[in-house]
Write a protein that binds this ligand. Structure first.
Ligand SMILES: NC(=O)C1=CN([C@@H]2O[C@H](COP(=O)(O)OP(=O)(O)OC[C@H]3O[C@@H](n4cnc5c(N)ncnc54)[C@H](O)[C@@H]3O)[C@@H](O)[C@H]2O)C=CC1
Length: 401
């Protein structure tokens, strides 16, 4: 691949990212109307889809010389099987991608640039199709809802029984889809360590206007089948011989609960401090269980944090910062963090200021949801808040399948 040409020509396209991805999808659906049904129907989900495409493309271009690119593409190909993508679709996508790049580049699109992109796309498509063909994992897992609990208006805990065994490590997440909201996939953490009966729990916080989260919290019934993608994510215990702090906010408690279950099965030699942050006491929905564990385990200390009366829910994050500041020896700790994207961002910053080592601070790259931050629209915003592709990065898997 001609890395120099690919990078310099992509820099031109990047400035008009929004235009390029819109053109790409218009071109793709105009020339291949049959492909439309593989993609989300709602405008909002199509926007997410466009962000993802550009994030993946950016990831490829920025990792052209990295040894991680081939595994990334192979895993991407393997994971795209759940979207019913077959080898025949790669040619159509390639044609529309080249058309979009050419149209967006204007005068910068020269025969040399075109040749470089044709060759690069061929390598990308071949690597993805080979990754899909070589995988011995199923394209997805059908899982029956065997229990549905609802806490208040907006939190649902679903227990699922996958029909084929789903191997994962505590702390990992899967993407989830329901026939109630076709072609929409969202990631949810698995909230338990693997169980003998193979069931898994999902904790879902309903987002206003979130069609899948609303269906999962309020509508889905036992007996229904959900579809799960392959487990991914690096929020898995390193089991170093160091004191440990676990910090969870909202349903970010789900993966931390799975990590705690792993620790309960193999108790650590050092202390574990757990901070559970919630928007109010009613949202500390697993508190009775946590209290039982804290009473039974000498190594476990728990601090619950909610906002002061009358304060906004995010004030709990300020209170957490104060509580973290009252503790010492952050340099010695491994810290695992989970919760809303901006919570993770803010709390990581506080921890680093307190002396925690960045390489011992573990969290997923969580996509910003709902009203937390508007999606970037223009070049300037793309540049400042370039969407992180990591959440969709199947190479971030641990263990690698
Ligand atoms: N691996 C991970 O990191 C996981 C992340 N999540 C994410 O956790 C979130 C859970 O949502 P809910 O339960 O509705 O949480 P929530 O909206 O009830 O928030 C819980 C607490 O997080 C803090 N927080 C929320 N937004 C904040 C902001 N913008 N700035 C500073 N602090 C903020 C506040 O202290 C709040 O009380 C979802 O966004 C989900 O994507 C969920 C599971 C796993």
């Amino acid at each position: 691949m001609d890395v120099r040409i690919l990078k310099s020509s992509f820099a031109v396209v990047e400035r008009r990212a929004e235009h390029a991805v819109k053109y790409f999808y218009s071109h793709l659906f105009w020339h291949n109307p049959g492909l439309r049904e593989l993609f989300p129907s709602s405008a909002e989900d199509m926007e997410r889809q466009r962000d993802r495409l550009f994030a993946a493309l950016t990831h490829v271009v920025t990792h052209l010389e990295s040894g991680t690119l081939v595994p990334y593409l192979r895993d991407l190909g393997r994971d795209h099987r759940k979207f019913l993508v077959g080898p025949e679709h790669y040619a159509a996508v390639g044609t529309s991608l080249i058309a979009a790049l050419a149209q967006t580049s204007g005068d910068a699109w020269t025969p040399a640039v075109e040749k470089a992109w044709y060759e690069a796309y061929q390598v990308i498509a071949d690597t993805m199709t080979a990754g899909a063909a070589d995988s011995d994992e199923p394209p997805w897992w059908d899982a029956e809802v065997v229990r549905h609990l609802q806490y208040g208006e907006d939190i649902g805990v679903l227990t699922l029984a996958p029909r084929t065994p789903l191997a994962y490590r505590p702390g990992q997440y899967v993407s989830v889809s329901s026939a109630r909201v076709p072609t929409t996939w969202r990631t949810y953490s698995l909230a338990n360590a693997p169980r003998p009966d193979g069931t898994v729990d999902l904790h879902v916080s309903r987002i206003d206007g979130g069609r899948l989260s609303t269906a999962l919290v309020r509508d889905v019934l036992p007996g229904e089948v959900l579809r799960l993608g392959a487990p991914g994510g690096r929020l898995t215990l390193r089991r170093e011989d160091r004191p440990l702090t676990l910090i969870a906010a909202g349903t970010g408690w789900a993966p931390v609960r799975a990590l705690l279950e792993e620790l309960l099965q193999h108790p650590p030699d050092h202390d574990v401090r757990l901070f559970v942050v919630a928007r109010d006491a009613a949202h500390l929905y697993d508190r009775p269980l946590i209290d039982r564990h804290a009473a039974a385990c000498r190594w476990l200390g728990v601090t619950y944090i909610t906002p002061a009366p009358g304060q906004h829910r995010n004030q709990a994050t300020d209170r957490l910062a104060t509580a973290l500041g009252n503790r010492a020896l952050w340099r010695e700790q491994d810290v695992y963090l989970s919760g809303p994207a901006l919570f993770v961002e803010e709390t990581s910053h506080v921890l680093r200021e307190l002396g925690a080592r960045p390489d011992r601070l573990f969290h997923d790259a969580v996509p910003v949801t709902g009203s937390q931050r508007p999606r970037p629209l223009g070049f300037g915003e793309w540049f400042l808040h370039r969407p992180a592709p990591h959440w969709h990065n199947p190479s971030a898997r641990d263990p690698r399948g």
